[in-house]
Design a binder for this molecule. Structure first.
Ligand code: KG4
Ligand code: ZN
Length: 398
């Protein structure tokens, strides 16, 4: 270290502390905690899924979700600290999801984070869950940094957030006058404008509802993703929903109803649905186990459903990117794990010479690393709140 200041020998050295942030996420049915340094080094990321609790209902039951968060929050945070080899003294701030989400679920994480911050005398950074999903992409893009493979998304970008709770497209650009952070730890402080959103169901919700109709288990997306590979996507024609007024809005409730009508019109589906219901009851979960219990007609229906949903998501997002003259496309949220969605985006953006960025699968679905990453530029900007408005079920991002 150089000798700074008083004697006037050499320039004073500025010691930059890169903050290590404990992130807490509990907006829906995953209890998650993570430790992330400077918005890019993931020291730990622990996610306790509640799928086993909600499976028999085919969707998230809010009361059960908040009860499970209460049971798990303390061990999950402890595990995240242990994996990161940190104690509370080694944490500079606590980031917590403020909304949007299920209010009972949000309250557990928020109150826990707020209480921790107060007890430890550390700053609390409230984070919008949707901003977390955007930051999952920035976080992922910085993971290859040590081997020189990394490439950061250039802004302005258009970001599709597509999950069980959300289907929304944002214009994402750097906020005027925001701190950029140290060179190795860039701070993506962004301004968001909502360009389009679903008018009814989220895309992941449509996957989960169709999986329930066809007895393919819960959550439906991952299994249907696998099964769709065995079907003919051109077998059943679904018409794309017309969302009058805004070209960039989505609608997925119509396709779910069309699937229901298709099943009702074909009584041959009944016995295999009954057989799969029985198999699910006896603990069958994996696509490989369900595949032999699916007729070709079912596989074709799943593939056709997926083709229609993916086509709509890709087409409207790319239209929004063109409209906004975006430098790249970001895709995040649980459904961003879908292999056909990824492949179609890759193909269509390559044809337009437009880079596309996804988080890895663990960072696509709900996690707390993305919350800690989104908190980093806010912490640098001094946006901390200990007695803020608290958890909000409908917290808007823009
Ligand atoms: O982001 P997430 O973990 O939680 C929410 O905020 O909703 O997303 C979960 C959703 C579920 O609806 C699930 O069916 C869907 O993401 N999903 C998928 C895939 N993996 C998860 N949908 C389609 N294909 C997948 N591979
Ligand atoms: Zn989410």
């Amino acid at each position: 270290m150089g000798s700074p200041g008083p004697q006037g020998h050499g320039p004073a050295e500025v010691i930059v502390v890169i903050p290590t942030i404990l992130g807490i996420e509990s907006s829906c049915d995953e209890t998650a905690a993570a430790v992330v340094r400077g918005g890019r080094e993931i020291l730990s990321s622990v996610v306790a899924s509640q799928d086993d609790v909600h499976r028999k209902y085919g969707g998230v039951v809010p009361e059960l979700a908040s009860r499970e968060h209460l049971r798990r929050i303390v061990p999950v945070v402890r595990e995240a600290l242990e994996q990161a080899r940190k104690d509370f003294d080694g944490i500079e701030a606590i980031a917590v999801t403020q909304g949007p989400g299920l209010i009972g679920s949000l309250l557990v994480g928020y109150t826990y984070g707020q209480t921790l911050a107060m007890a430890l005398g550390k700053p609390l950074v409230p984070v919008n869950h949707l901003e977390g999903h955007v930051h999952a992409v920035f976080l992922e893009a910085q993971q290859g940094k040590t081997d020189g493979r990394h490439r950061l998304p250039e802004l302005p970008a258009v970001c599709l957030i597509v999950s069980g709770g959300h289907t929304v497209v944002y214009d994402v650009r750097p906020m005027d006058g925001a701190l950029e952070g140290p060179a190795d730890y860039p701070a993506f402080r962004c301004a968001y404008t909502r360009i389009g959103a679903t008018r009814d169901d989220a895309a992941g919700e449509a996957y989960d509802k169709v999986a329930k109709l066809l007895a393919l288990g819960y959550p439906g997306g991952p299994v249907m993703d696998q099964l769709a590979r065995h079907g003919n996507a051109g077998a059943v024609q679904f018409t794309s929903a017309h969302t009058r007024g805004n070209l960039f809005d989505f609608s997925f409730s119509g396709i779910k109803t069309a699937v229901l009508r298709h099943i009702r019109a074909n009584p041959a589906f009944e016995p295999e649905i009954a057989a799969r219901t029985e198999a699910l009851r006896s603990g069958v979960r994996r696509a490989a186990e369900l595949l032999p219990l699916c007729s070709q007609a079912t596989l074709n229906l799943v593939a056709s459903f997926q083709r229609a949903v993916v086509g709509d998501l890709v087409q409207r997002t790319l239209a929004a990117a063109e409209d906004r003259a975006a430098q790249c496309v970001l895709v995040s949220g649980g459904v961003a794990a879908n292999s056909e969605l990824r492949a179609t985006f890759e193909q269509e953006t390559a044809a337009r010479a437009l880079p596309v960025f996804f988080p890895s699968r663990p960072l696509s679905t709900d996690n707390a690393a993305m919350i800690a990453a989104a908190a980093y530029p806010r912490l640098l900007a001094g946006e901390i709140a200990r007695d803020g408005p608290g958890a909000q079920a409908n917290l808007p991002l823009a």
